[in-house]
Design a binder for this molecule. Structure first.
Ligand SMILES: C[S@@+](CC[C@H](N)C(=O)[O-])C[C@H]1O[C@@H](n2cnc3c(N)ncnc32)[C@H](O)[C@@H]1O
Length: 198
Protein backbone atom coordinates (compact mmCIF):
# COMPACT_ATOMS: atom_id res chain seq x y z
CA UNK A 1 0.00 0.00 0.00
CA UNK A 2 1.30 3.47 -0.84
CA UNK A 3 2.04 5.99 1.87
CA UNK A 4 -0.68 8.50 2.69
CA UNK A 5 -0.84 11.86 0.97
CA UNK A 6 -0.58 13.50 4.40
CA UNK A 7 2.72 11.76 5.29
CA UNK A 8 5.09 14.02 7.20
CA UNK A 9 2.62 16.78 8.12
CA UNK A 10 1.49 15.82 11.64
CA UNK A 11 4.95 15.66 13.21
CA UNK A 12 5.92 19.10 11.91
CA UNK A 13 2.54 20.81 12.22
CA UNK A 14 3.60 23.63 14.54
CA UNK A 15 6.66 24.66 12.51
CA UNK A 16 4.80 24.29 9.23
CA UNK A 17 1.94 26.46 10.50
CA UNK A 18 4.46 29.16 11.42
CA UNK A 19 5.93 28.98 7.91
CA UNK A 20 2.51 29.00 6.16
CA UNK A 21 1.41 32.01 8.22
CA UNK A 22 4.58 33.99 7.43
CA UNK A 23 3.20 34.89 3.99
CA UNK A 24 -0.18 36.36 3.08
CA UNK A 25 -3.02 35.06 0.92
CA UNK A 26 -2.43 38.02 -1.42
CA UNK A 27 1.29 37.18 -1.79
CA UNK A 28 0.75 33.45 -2.31
CA UNK A 29 -2.01 33.92 -4.90
CA UNK A 30 -0.74 37.16 -6.48
CA UNK A 31 -1.09 35.98 -10.12
CA UNK A 32 -4.73 34.90 -9.50
CA UNK A 33 -6.11 37.48 -7.06
CA UNK A 34 -7.64 39.54 -9.89
CA UNK A 35 -9.81 36.49 -10.70
CA UNK A 36 -11.41 36.21 -7.24
CA UNK A 37 -15.19 36.07 -7.48
CA UNK A 38 -17.29 38.41 -5.32
CA UNK A 39 -17.76 37.16 -1.72
CA UNK A 40 -19.86 34.00 -1.63
CA UNK A 41 -19.20 30.42 -0.54
CA UNK A 42 -15.56 29.27 -0.48
CA UNK A 43 -13.99 25.84 0.06
CA UNK A 44 -10.29 25.56 0.96
CA UNK A 45 -9.18 21.93 0.51
CA UNK A 46 -5.95 21.02 2.30
CA UNK A 47 -6.26 24.27 4.20
CA UNK A 48 -3.23 23.66 6.43
CA UNK A 49 -3.07 26.36 9.11
CA UNK A 50 -6.02 28.26 7.65
CA UNK A 51 -4.11 31.28 6.30
CA UNK A 52 -6.19 31.43 3.10
CA UNK A 53 -9.45 30.41 4.77
CA UNK A 54 -9.06 33.28 7.24
CA UNK A 55 -8.18 35.77 4.49
CA UNK A 56 -11.25 34.74 2.52
CA UNK A 57 -13.46 34.99 5.62
CA UNK A 58 -12.09 38.51 6.16
CA UNK A 59 -13.06 39.31 2.57
CA UNK A 60 -16.64 38.26 3.35
CA UNK A 61 -16.70 34.65 2.11
CA UNK A 62 -18.46 31.90 4.07
CA UNK A 63 -15.57 29.43 4.30
CA UNK A 64 -15.30 25.69 4.78
CA UNK A 65 -11.72 24.55 5.44
CA UNK A 66 -11.06 20.86 4.75
CA UNK A 67 -7.93 19.55 6.47
CA UNK A 68 -7.22 15.85 7.14
CA UNK A 69 -4.17 16.37 9.40
CA UNK A 70 -5.60 16.78 12.91
CA UNK A 71 -2.53 18.66 14.17
CA UNK A 72 -2.82 21.27 11.40
CA UNK A 73 -6.57 21.59 11.92
CA UNK A 74 -5.89 22.27 15.60
CA UNK A 75 -3.23 24.89 14.74
CA UNK A 76 -5.64 26.53 12.30
CA UNK A 77 -8.52 26.61 14.74
CA UNK A 78 -6.22 28.13 17.40
CA UNK A 79 -4.51 30.70 15.15
CA UNK A 80 -7.75 31.84 13.51
CA UNK A 81 -10.16 31.38 16.41
CA UNK A 82 -11.77 34.74 15.61
CA UNK A 83 -12.47 33.86 11.97
CA UNK A 84 -15.76 32.48 10.71
CA UNK A 85 -14.31 29.23 9.35
CA UNK A 86 -16.00 25.84 9.46
CA UNK A 87 -13.28 23.17 9.79
CA UNK A 88 -13.94 19.70 8.37
CA UNK A 89 -11.93 16.52 8.88
CA UNK A 90 -12.15 15.19 5.34
CA UNK A 91 -9.80 14.29 2.51
CA UNK A 92 -9.35 13.99 -1.22
CA UNK A 93 -9.87 12.24 -3.48
CA UNK A 94 -13.51 11.61 -2.54
CA UNK A 95 -14.25 14.14 0.24
CA UNK A 96 -16.92 11.84 1.75
CA UNK A 97 -17.89 14.21 4.58
CA UNK A 98 -18.32 17.17 2.25
CA UNK A 99 -20.08 15.06 -0.40
CA UNK A 100 -22.77 14.21 2.15
CA UNK A 101 -23.50 17.95 2.51
CA UNK A 102 -24.06 18.30 -1.27
CA UNK A 103 -22.97 21.97 -1.29
CA UNK A 104 -21.61 24.04 -4.15
CA UNK A 105 -19.00 26.76 -3.89
CA UNK A 106 -18.16 29.97 -5.74
CA UNK A 107 -14.46 29.48 -5.01
CA UNK A 108 -12.52 26.25 -4.41
CA UNK A 109 -8.85 26.51 -3.39
CA UNK A 110 -6.32 23.71 -3.61
CA UNK A 111 -3.04 25.30 -2.63
CA UNK A 112 -0.05 22.94 -2.64
CA UNK A 113 -2.22 19.82 -2.27
CA UNK A 114 -2.82 18.09 -5.62
CA UNK A 115 0.78 16.90 -6.08
CA UNK A 116 0.34 14.75 -2.94
CA UNK A 117 -2.19 12.59 -4.84
CA UNK A 118 -1.30 9.78 -7.25
CA UNK A 119 -2.70 9.78 -10.80
CA UNK A 120 -5.82 7.76 -9.96
CA UNK A 121 -6.54 9.94 -6.93
CA UNK A 122 -6.05 13.11 -8.98
CA UNK A 123 -8.68 11.98 -11.49
CA UNK A 124 -11.21 11.16 -8.73
CA UNK A 125 -10.40 14.44 -6.97
CA UNK A 126 -11.00 16.49 -10.12
CA UNK A 127 -14.44 14.88 -10.54
CA UNK A 128 -15.31 15.78 -6.93
CA UNK A 129 -14.07 19.34 -7.30
CA UNK A 130 -16.08 19.89 -10.49
CA UNK A 131 -19.18 18.49 -8.76
CA UNK A 132 -18.86 21.01 -5.89
CA UNK A 133 -18.34 24.08 -8.11
CA UNK A 134 -21.18 26.58 -8.63
CA UNK A 135 -22.08 27.61 -12.17
CA UNK A 136 -19.63 30.45 -12.85
CA UNK A 137 -17.50 29.41 -9.86
CA UNK A 138 -13.71 29.36 -9.83
CA UNK A 139 -11.04 26.86 -8.83
CA UNK A 140 -7.57 28.13 -7.84
CA UNK A 141 -4.93 25.37 -7.83
CA UNK A 142 -1.18 25.56 -7.05
CA UNK A 143 1.24 22.77 -7.93
CA UNK A 144 4.65 22.48 -6.36
CA UNK A 145 7.53 21.25 -8.54
CA UNK A 146 11.01 20.14 -7.53
CA UNK A 147 12.61 17.96 -4.86
CA UNK A 148 10.34 16.07 -2.46
CA UNK A 149 10.85 17.03 1.21
CA UNK A 150 12.03 14.14 3.42
CA UNK A 151 9.16 12.02 4.74
CA UNK A 152 6.51 13.39 2.36
CA UNK A 153 4.70 11.69 -0.53
CA UNK A 154 4.72 13.90 -3.63
CA UNK A 155 4.40 13.29 -7.36
CA UNK A 156 5.75 15.20 -10.34
CA UNK A 157 2.51 16.78 -11.61
CA UNK A 158 2.66 19.19 -14.55
CA UNK A 159 0.42 22.14 -15.28
CA UNK A 160 -0.34 20.65 -18.72
CA UNK A 161 -1.67 17.34 -17.39
CA UNK A 162 -3.67 19.13 -14.70
CA UNK A 163 -5.28 21.37 -17.31
CA UNK A 164 -6.08 18.34 -19.50
CA UNK A 165 -7.71 16.61 -16.52
CA UNK A 166 -9.71 19.72 -15.63
CA UNK A 167 -10.88 20.10 -19.24
CA UNK A 168 -11.97 16.45 -19.27
CA UNK A 169 -14.19 17.27 -16.27
CA UNK A 170 -15.93 20.22 -17.91
CA UNK A 171 -13.66 23.01 -16.68
CA UNK A 172 -11.94 25.68 -18.78
CA UNK A 173 -8.62 27.34 -18.01
CA UNK A 174 -8.95 30.99 -17.01
CA UNK A 175 -5.31 31.57 -16.17
CA UNK A 176 -2.01 29.76 -15.88
CA UNK A 177 1.14 31.22 -14.32
CA UNK A 178 4.49 29.95 -13.13
CA UNK A 179 6.42 31.42 -10.26
CA UNK A 180 9.46 30.93 -8.11
CA UNK A 181 9.25 29.70 -4.52
CA UNK A 182 8.35 32.33 -1.91
CA UNK A 183 10.66 30.62 0.60
CA UNK A 184 13.53 30.35 -1.92
CA UNK A 185 13.88 26.58 -1.42
CA UNK A 186 16.48 25.22 -3.89
CA UNK A 187 14.93 23.77 -7.07
CA UNK A 188 11.34 24.51 -6.02
CA UNK A 189 8.96 26.27 -8.42
CA UNK A 190 5.18 26.55 -8.79
CA UNK A 191 2.39 26.46 -11.35
CA UNK A 192 -0.77 28.38 -10.49
CA UNK A 193 -3.98 27.59 -12.35
CA UNK A 194 -7.49 29.06 -12.34
CA UNK A 195 -10.47 27.17 -13.79
CA UNK A 196 -14.16 27.84 -14.30
CA UNK A 197 -16.97 25.66 -15.71
CA UNK A 198 -16.64 25.60 -19.53
C1 LIG B 1 1.83 22.09 1.59
S1 LIG B 1 0.45 21.99 2.67
C2 LIG B 1 -0.46 23.43 2.14
C3 LIG B 1 -1.35 24.03 3.19
C4 LIG B 1 -2.12 25.26 2.76
N1 LIG B 1 -2.99 25.01 1.64
C5 LIG B 1 -1.15 26.39 2.43
O1 LIG B 1 -1.05 26.76 1.26
O2 LIG B 1 -0.51 26.88 3.35
C6 LIG B 1 -0.49 20.64 2.04
C7 LIG B 1 -1.76 20.35 2.82
O3 LIG B 1 -2.52 19.36 2.15
C8 LIG B 1 -3.07 18.48 3.11
N2 LIG B 1 -3.40 17.22 2.44
C9 LIG B 1 -2.57 16.19 2.15
N3 LIG B 1 -3.27 15.19 1.58
C10 LIG B 1 -4.54 15.62 1.48
C11 LIG B 1 -5.74 15.03 0.99
N4 LIG B 1 -5.74 13.77 0.49
N5 LIG B 1 -6.89 15.72 1.04
C12 LIG B 1 -6.90 16.99 1.55
N6 LIG B 1 -5.80 17.61 2.05
C13 LIG B 1 -4.63 16.92 2.01
C14 LIG B 1 -1.98 18.37 4.16
O4 LIG B 1 -2.48 17.86 5.39
C15 LIG B 1 -1.50 19.83 4.23
O5 LIG B 1 -2.26 20.58 5.12
Amino acid sequence: MSRASTAGYAAEAEALARQYESVTFEEVHAPLVHLLPPPGRALDIGAGSGRDAAALAARGFAVIAVEPTAELRAEGARLHAGSAITWLDDSLPDLPVLAARAERFDLILLTAVVMHLDAGERARAMARIAAHLSPGGRVFMSLRHGPVPAGRRMFDVSGEETEALAHAHGLATLHRATRSDMFARPGVSWTLLAFTPA
